[in-house]
Design a protein around this ligand. Sequence first.
Ligand code: BES
Ligand code: MN
Ligand code: ZN
Length: 498
Amino acid sequence: MTSRPSIAFAKFAAPKKGSVFVLPADDGGLGETAKACDPAKTLERAFPIAEFTAKLGSVVEILAPEGTSLDRLVAVGAGKVSGLDEYAWMKLGGTIAASLRKATDVAVVLEIVGASPSGKDAANLAAGILLRSYVFDKYKTKKDKDDTKGDAKRPAKVTILTADPAAAKKAFADMEAVVDGVLLARDLVNEPANVLGPVEFAAQAKALEALGVKVEILAEKEMKKLGMGSLLGVAQGSPRGARMAVMQWNGGKAKDSPVAFVGKGVTFDTGGNSIKPASGMEDMKGDMGGAAAVTGLMHALAARKAKANVVGIIGLVENAVDGHAQRPGDIVTSMSGQTIEVLNTDAEGRLVLADALWYCNDRFQPKFMVNLATLTGAIMVALGQHYAGLFSNNDELAERLTAAGQATQERLWRMPLGAEYDKLIDSKNADMKNIGGRYGGAIIAAQFLQRFVKDTPWAHLDIAGTAMGSPSNEINQSWGSGFGVRLLDRLVRDNYEG
Ligand code: BES
Ligand code: MN
Ligand code: ZN
């Protein structure tokens, strides 16, 4: 993984060297610790000149004058501190990380006049620092050239000075697990498809065994035996094989049925014989964003020893095109026994998920299944890139997901399902076809998936717009966002633990 800053928490004490970040509230000045820093007076003098009023997320910076031991003093506005929620603290961390630059030794003075940020607030701040600091630069052989552009590109040691460092450390232990899950998901999405194919992705899933996750990898032979003709049909145009990773984290009570997460893992989507246009095709290295989120989530849950039984299943294929590739009009038989007329080989994600969902339901009888998939361009037409599409046969699950989305700001917008849409995928020649008509493409894809979940509570998250290439923000500047990890960790944490 790309290197990241190391985080420590300590009691208030005026830092003697390195860069110092202080957080004043919008109605107060500097706290005692900041005031004890040598150049504090100079910083305060800069406030009016820079029109700094400590508005949330605003920044003013001075380079320490000669004769003082610090390098820099940076004030970061915290606004009205009492109103800051988890995500706001994370964003503040992001703002700090954006101005770390080359600093190797950084102190963050979380001392705010008239407010007392909790350990959890400090931990969220730290999480934001880590998330914002992520850069995918492992293939850049000349890293030094552009590392002064603003965002942190070098690991730094960040010490957060706070009232109760022990509480912060405790809260951070769980959050660090989640952050690492997000970073893993980002790495997987950013990795090019020549390096990360189905076999290599499966090995990454297998590596979670080090955290106590039980991982089985199904290869073609086993999937064929199980009758996964739908998934295997997608893979048959690629020499790189297909895999399914079945991950189990059993942190709950032995008799509790698990909750399940299923991911689309198309390591590259050329479209197959229904080939995609060349322009922008490179983005299809990220067509495994659903599988990346599930893998990152399993990492997070295991690393923080979540008290829940959780299954993660990812269907891994490359949708390539050669003489063996499936053709439009081919009819395949899915594990469910239902037959599918493949009218467009580029509507492949649903074909992969059909077997993955059926297998998951059949084997584990989970409490619910949530699948994640970069499934349709149509969801981007509908929602843009700020919300993922949510489709569900179960209101309670949909509401819990929506609430988790609000809390983490990995937001979801519910879309409809219904019999009128469902009948659009009836086929003359088979039980169903894999595309519908011109309109409602994201809904049609969801209807297709619903035919493979029976009555099990289920939700489908179409993350085509949010998993990759989404607008960067305070806590993410990377193409692969890791969308879904924080969201689903939150869903599990708030509803299915203890
Ligand atoms: N992986 C794509 C969807 C996608 C498009 C994800 C752009 C991210 C960015 C999916 O496999 C696909 O090709 N969907 C088709 C479906 C169509 C053929 C019915 C689409 O959306 O055009
Ligand atoms: Mn496709
Ligand atoms: Zn695809």
